[in-house]
Design a protein around this ligand. Structure first.
Ligand code: FE2
Length: 351
């Protein structure tokens, strides 16, 4: 718990804050600590924006930084906490080297979505000058996590779907990741088994939010060890260039990877959970979940694919169980057109 009398910096989103702030669990917290609130209005955590916040609050030396929101907000809080603790050094180099100072303010995460599992990881995604960076340090794992079923249930359908797809993809990628361990695999399988029946059932209105929260947290703990792989590596450009929400972006790439990985021994166990052939089971799941697809497939052409390729995260790609050639990466992006058509139901699943 945060000691009474502590100075607390509260990091939230902008859009959903109005609704979420009415949740009793949170308002009780505000009454107790009178935190200073900053909101993150950017689509992704932008380093320049976070540096401004760090400059504003560094002299206040907050005892705790509390994040109420989804993965973007929790990642932003981690970056603020890490950079506030650094007495010297350039923020860009501190982030790329994973440097934090001796005293990192206590990070408390209150996730309002069930997806990224960021509350359980030591890394934060942040964007700088159009490039994705990862800030990684054990001291950035939130010390305390407070889950709210009400907050998750309150999320609009598109946020719920995208978050759940992210958690599902993270679980699968963690299972087949090169850096997977016995313990990460155990958590990833438990996550996948927990979330899959809800995904297959189309994430109906009455699906249990507790299960989604548990599955998302397990997928976060699993990737904290194993890291993600190909689908995540390719997904960032879809979000940055074509505005596709993160979880949906990864899910559109996943079916191709399930097909590409079909001969891996570990796929047998994955198929026991999701069905066989895995890539078709994946498309069927997407057809029942019906993610909102605002992606304009006409925008996927040779020019945009070149740009999407420039966004590919090499580090995550090198954690993929089989190497992927540049041509296959380009094909993965073009294949999204067919996947989107299949989800929209305009084409039957081909043999
Ligand atoms: Fe993710």
């Amino acid at each position: 718990m945060i000691e009474s009398g502590s100075s607390v910096l509260l990091v939230t989103g902008e859009r959903s804050w109005e609704a979420v702030s009415k949740i009793r669990l949170y308002s009780g917290f505000f009454d107790k600590y009178y935190p200073t609130r900053v909101s993150i209005g950017t689509v992704v955590p932008e380093l320049d924006n976070l540096i401004e916040i760090v400059k504003r609050f560094r002299d206040d030396k907050p005892d705790a930084i509390v994040a109420i929101g989804g993965g973007k907000i929790i990642d932003s809080a981690k970056v603020i906490a890490g950079l506030i603790s650094c007495k010297s050094g350039d923020p860009v180099s501190n982030i790329s080297k994973g440097v934090v100072g001796d005293y990192v303010p206590k990070i408390v995460a209150m996730p309002t979505t069930a997806g990224s599992g960021s509350e359980a990881t030591s890394f934060a995604v942040v964007y700088h000058k159009g490039k994705k960076m990862s800030y990684n340090n054990e001291k950035l794992v939130p010390e305390e996590v407070i889950f709210s079923v009400d907050a998750v249930k309150m999320q609009p359908r598109n946020v719920l779907v995208s978050s759940a797809l992210d958690a599902t993809c993270q679980a699968i990628e963690s299972i087949w990741a090169i850096s997977a361990t016995e313990s990460s695999k155990k958590m990833a399988f438990e996550s996948l088994r927990t979330i899959w029946r809800h995904m297959k059932g189309g994430l109906s209105e009455d699906c249990e939010a507790e299960d989604l929260i548990r599955a998302a947290n397990l997928s976060g703990r699993a990737i904290n060890i194993s890291k993600t792989t190909g689908p995540h590596a390719l997904s960032y450009g879809l979000t940055m260039v074509l505005d596709v929400p993160h979880g949906i972006a990864v899910s559109l790439l996943m079916s191709g990877f399930l097909k590409r990985h079909q001969d891996l021994p570990v796929m047998e166990e994955i198929c026991k959970v999701i069905g066989f052939p895995a890539s078709e089971a994946w498309i069927e799941m997407l057809q029942s979940v019906k993610p909102s697809l605002e992606i304009v497939t006409e925008e996927i052409n040779h020019d945009t694919v070149e740009e999407l390729v420039s966004w590919v995260n090499e580090e995550r790609m090198s954690n993929n169980p089989i190497p992927i050639r540049k041509q296959e990466i380009c094909d993965s992006f073009f294949n999204i057109i067919e996947t989107v058509d299949l989800i929209r139901g305009s084409r039957a699943i081909e043999e």
